[in-house]
Design a protein around this ligand. Structure first.
Ligand code: DC
Length: 220
C-alpha cells in the first residue's frame, strides 16, 4: 500500500470523488481509500440517514424544517443502519438533499471529516465543488444511465431486493434530473476535476485509471 503523503503534494491528501447515482464512485472511493491508507466517507449516507430519520418518525419528506433539524442532530451510529442501502432510500435522500439548511448542517460534518490530520477520501455530488474545493485530487465518475442501471440491478438482486431493470433506470433518470437541477450545490464536475467515464470499464480497469489520475494530480 502506498502512503497517502507521497508525491509532490504537501500535507494530508484529500481525494474528492463526485458523480451521479450508481456511477461506481462508491466502489472506487473505497478502493482508493484502501490504496492510500486514508479514511473514507460516503457522504450519500448522511443524506440517506436524514431521510430515514424522517421516515421513522412518520414525517413528510418534503418538510424542510424537520429535515434540517434531523440533519443538525444526526449521530454517527445512524450511518451503519443497513436500511440506508435500500433502493427507496436513494430517492428519499435525493428529496431531502435539495433543502439548503440540510446541506448546510451536513457541510460542517463533512468538512470536519476532510480536515482530519490523516487526509481523507469523500464521495458524493458536491465534494469537489463545495465541500472540498481545495482538494488536490478531484475525480468526476460517470457512466451511461443504462449501464449504471444494469450494475445497480445486479447489486440489488445480490442483496435480495426484488426490482426490475426498467424501474431502476427510471429511478436513475429521475435522480440525475433532480440532483443536477437543484439550486443548492447541484451535481456537477468541478472545473479542475478529471472526468472518468466507466461505461466501458470493469471495476479493476476503472480503479487502475483512477490511481493513474490521482498520481498525476498529486504530483502536479
Ligand atoms: O450517493 P447516494 O446515491 O447514496 O446519494 C443519495 C442522494 O443524496 C443523492 O441522490 C443526492 C444526495 N447527495 C447529495 O446531494 N450530496 C452528496 N454529497 C451526496 C448525496
Amino acid at each position: 500500500m502506498n502512503s497517502g503523503r507521497t508525491g509532490r503534494h504537501a500535507g494530508p491528501l484529500v481525494i474528492a470523488i463526485d458523480g451521479p447515482a450508481a456511477s461506481g464512485k462508491g466502489t472506487l472511493a473505497r478502493r482508493l481509500a484502501l490504496h492510500y491508507g486514508l479514511p473514507h466517507l460516503d457522504t450519500g449516507l448522511l443524506y440517506r440517514a436524514v431521510a430515514l430519520t424522517l421516515i421513522d418518525a412518520g414525517t413528510d419528506l418534503d418538510d424542510g424544517g424537520a429535515a434540517a433539524r434531523a440533519a443538525g442532530a444526526l449521530s454517527a451510529e445512524r450511518l451503519s443502519d443497513p436500511r440506508l442501502r435500500e433502493r427507496a432510500m436513494g430517492e428519499a435522500a435525493s428529496r431531502v438533499s435539495s433543502v439548503p439548511e440540510v446541506r448546510a448542517a451536513l457541510l460542517s460534518w463533512q468538512r470536519k471529516f476532510a480536515e482530519g490530520a490523516q487526509g481523507a477520501v469523500l464521495d458524493g455530488r458536491d465534494i469537489g465543488t463545495v465541500v472540498c474545493p481545495g482538494a488536490p485530487v478531484k475525480l468526476f465518475i460517470t457512466a451511461a444511465p443504462e449501464e449504471r442501471a444494469r450494475r445497480r440491478h445486479l447489486e440489488l438482486l445480490g442483496r435480495g431486493e426484488e426490482t426490475t431493470l426498467a424501474a431502476i433506470l427510471a429511478d436513475i433518470r429521475a435522480r440525475d434530473a433532480r440532483d443536477s437541477s437543484r439550486a443548492a450545490a447541484p451535481l456537477k464536475a468541478a472545473e479542475d476535476a478529471v472526468v472518468l467515464d466507466t461505461t466501458e470499464l470493469d471495476a479493476d480497469a476503472a480503479f487502475a485509471q483512477a490511481v493513474a489520475i490521482a498520481e498525476r494530480l498529486k504530483a502536479a
